[in-house]
Design a protein around this ligand. Structure first.
Ligand code: SF4
Length: 381
């Protein structure tokens, strides 16, 4: 496939059974959802973008949320049929859906598979019942294990997420939990540290995540355990066996183009080195009404300045263990990365052991990834 034509499609389903106390995603609880109306809105927005991107090849579709496992499989199937009819899709297109153990069962998974999903990402968050209660989840560790077991039998690829650095968590308890996760993991695991985001219930209650030192110790321990288990990091929080990396997320991190369909979704489209950003209205009902009446629910569309594009590519690329290929950066922007970033700053960060730069790649070290926000602030301001 011509890599320049590759594009992903993200579809946002904004509903959950319950709002988790740490969650700042665009997720909402509603009593009644008109699935057919939502389907119509998604199809309208896909058609709107198809007219200007019809030459692109879709290599990944990602149903995220919210809880997409609450979508009707027939809705997913019709969305995928429409994508196949509007674009050329790569033969090995990856089609991911996020699922919660509380809204999953073997028959539903089979129906999702029948609808065209070939990769399931299960929101496990913890395999410890006490932690799951603290995180306000509707499932217990047993439900999570059952969901993973069922998913493993049905989908060619599966992943699941865990959250660590919870208050009171120690290296010993995390090591034990991670070891039990590795036993049931297939090729991919996402391991996030708890952060307390403004607007969440945890923030209102002034809950504190593990302190910085413990967070750093847990991060290092995680890298070591995952390396030894043959699931090394390929991004700060994502670990996979070779070939099992999330194709969709790699599109984001490598600066590729993607469409964002649904409330609050973002997209990027590049033509002749110029990248436009689009983002949709976040409120589900506002987006829905616009996508029905006007055929799309965009709130903003604007060209990124050269500096904005550079910052975005650096911010994303330095998350990856492979780093930023200088040739690839040049092919996306027609600019040389090392000429548009202050060389002295790169050298200073390299001297401190946070970055490495050679003739082909700029990348972070483990220490740099642990302090990525500080590294980026220094590098890009
Ligand atoms: S299930 Fe996921 S998206 Fe929904 S509220 Fe919980 S963390 Fe947020």
């Amino acid at each position: 496939m011509n890599k320049d034509l590759e594009m992903g499609i993200y579809i946002h389903w904004p509903f959950c059974e319950k709002k988790c106390p740490y969650c700042d995603f665009n997720s909402h609880v509603r009593d009644n959802i008109n699935h057919l109306k939502w389907l119509k809105a998604y199809l309208n927005e896909l058609r709107y973008y198809a007219s200007e991107t019809s030459e692109r090849v879709i290599s990944s579709v990602f149903f995220g949320g919210g809880t997409p496992s609450l979508m009707k499989p027939s809705v997913i199937e019709k969305i995928l049929d429409e994508i196949q009819s509007l674009w050329h899709c790569s033969k090995d297109m990856e089609v991911t859906a996020e699922a919660n153990p509380s809204s999953s069962e073997t028959q539903l998974f089979k129906d999702f598979r029948g609808a065209g999903i070939n990769r399931l990402s299960v929101g496990v968050q913890s395999l410890n019942n006490q932690s799951l209660m603290f995180l306000g989840r509707l499932h217990n560790a047993d439900d999570a294990r059952k969901a993973i077991k069922a998913a493993t039998k049905i989908f060619p690829k599966i992943s699941f997420d865990l959250i660590y650095a919870l208050p009171g968590q120690t290296p010993i308890t995390w090591k034990k939990e991670l070891a039990s996760a590795i036993k049931i993991a297939e090729g991919h695991l996402s391991l996030y540290q708890l952060t307390i985001e403004p607007g969440t219930e945890f923030h209102k209650k002034r809950i504190k995540a593990a302190n910085e030192d413990i967070g750093a110790a847990l991060f290092e321990l995680t890298q070591e355990i995952m390396d030894n288990a043959g699931l090394p990091a390929y991004e700060i929080s994502n670990h996979a066996k070779k070939g099992q990396e999330s194709r969709h997320n790699l599109i984001y991190w490598r600066g590729g183009d993607y469409l964002g369909i649904g409330p609050g979704a973002h997209g990027r489209i590049t033509h002749a080195y110029k990248t436009e950003m689009m983002h949709n209205y976040r409120e589900p009902e506002i987006w829905l009404n616009l996508a029905i009446t006007k055929k799309y629910g965009q709130q903003k569309r604007a060209a990124l300045s050269k500096e904005e594009r550079r910052n975005e590519l650096v911010l994303m690329g330095l998350r990856l263990i492979e780093g930023i290929s200088l040739d690839h950066f040049n092919s996306l922007t027609n600019q040389h990365l090392t000429k548009i970033i202050d060389k002295n700053r790169i050298t200073a960060l390299a001297d401190q052991g946070y970055l490495t730069l050679n003739n082909t790649v700029l990348k972070t070290t483990v220490a740099g990834r642990q302090r990525l926000n500080a590294v980026l602030t220094y590098l890009l301001t």
